[in-house]
Design a protein around this ligand. Structure first.
Ligand SMILES: Nc1nc(=O)c2c([nH]1)NC[C@@H]1CN(c3ccc(C(=O)N[C@@H](CCC(=O)O)C(=O)O)cc3)CN21
Ligand SMILES: CC(C)C(=O)C(=O)O
Ligand SMILES: [Mg+2]
Length: 263
């Protein structure tokens, strides 16, 4: 695989080709995912749930994320390294810039922020300073206690329009990538078509430019009820590298997500 950059993701979008993304939290799994061809690795704050055992992503600290980013950076190969800003890193503009700076120094190449249109100022200041941004919209797990649970967002026309408008606003403010979580497939498609920047989906239907899943879900080691958009690729593979390859190939061939994974 050639080195993945923001412009290669753009090129995939223009060519109508999909790309695959997967969370990674350490060097060994990052290397394996990268060797499978997975274009983007995310050090997600989901690590609070799958590594630390919390019920949400809120307890994850900047130091936790920086530690895992340094680990993944050593194994990432040619993949692009995206990293989540943790809960409350947006408590002030100063803190936002400081925390994003810490993630970049740890090895991030693209910083993902949850937030709606009000994050536009922060995103403008970050991009001005050379921090490429992915804006995460739809189901934003850091606001789960406000949303009342991990529920599909944008089912009604009003909220769907709001998510589309937020996406436009954040792209205008400088976001290079949009990530949509848990929205109806029709909305995933509409937003992907409306924007020039790459759109990554998780539970956002088959038509987004990229797909992302949590590594533990792909390997079938998540305990408890798994979201509808999850597929365990171990059942069709001989080993972990094989499951990563299968996930990557199924995304590239648009075999994943299938109808049963969508809302
Ligand atoms: N293992 C794991 N996988 C993830 O995808 C994930 C995490 N952890 N932690 C952080 C967030 C939390 N996420 C979640 C968690 C649960 C649902 C879920 O159960 N959703 C319901 C929607 C029901 C509805 O509103 O219709 C589902 O049935 O999929 C969705 C996203 C996604 N992220
Ligand atoms: C589920 C993905 C998109 C994420 O934000 C994470 O892993 O933290
Ligand atoms: Mg996250």
């Amino acid at each position: 695989m050639k080195t993945v950059t923001l412009s290669s993701l753009q090129a995939h979008k223009r060519a109508g080709e999909t790309f695959s993304c997967l969370t990674a939290y350490d060097a060994s799994f990052a290397r394996s995912a990268s060797e499978a061809g997975i274009e983007v690795l995310l050090v997600g704050d989901s690590l609070g749930m799958v590594l630390q055992g919390h019920a949400s992503t809120l307890p994850v600290t900047l130091d936790d994320i920086c530690y895992h980013t340094r680990c993944v950076a050593r194994g990432k190969g040619q993949s692009l390294l995206m990293v989540d800003l943790p809960f409350m890193s947006n408590s002030s503009q100063e803190r936002l810039l400081e925390d994003a700076g810490a993630l970049m120094r740890a090895g991030a190449e693209l910083v993902k922020v949850e937030g709606e249109a009000w994050m536009a100022d922060g995103i403008r200041e970050l991009t001005r300073r050379g921090v490429p941004i992915c804006a995460h919209l739809g189901l934003t797990p850091q606001t789960v206690y406000q949303l009342g649970g991990y529920k599909v967002q944008g089912r009604d026309a009003e909220r769907a329009t709001q998510i589309l408008e937020d996406a436009r606003t954040l792209v205008a403010a400088g976001a290079s990538v949009i990530l949509l979580e848990c929205v109806p497939a029709s909305l995933g498609r509409a937003i992907t078509e409306a924007l020039d920047v790459p759109v990554i989906g998780i539970g956002a239907g088959p038509d987004t430019d990229g797909q992302i899943l949590v590594m533990h879900d792909v390997l079938g080691v998540t305990h408890g009820r798994v979201p509808r958009f999850v597929k365990n690729f171990m059942t069709e593979a001989d080993d972990i590298p094989g499951a990563f390859r299968r996930y990557h190939e199924d995304v590239k061939a648009r075999r994943f997500p299938a109808e049963e994974h969508c809302f």
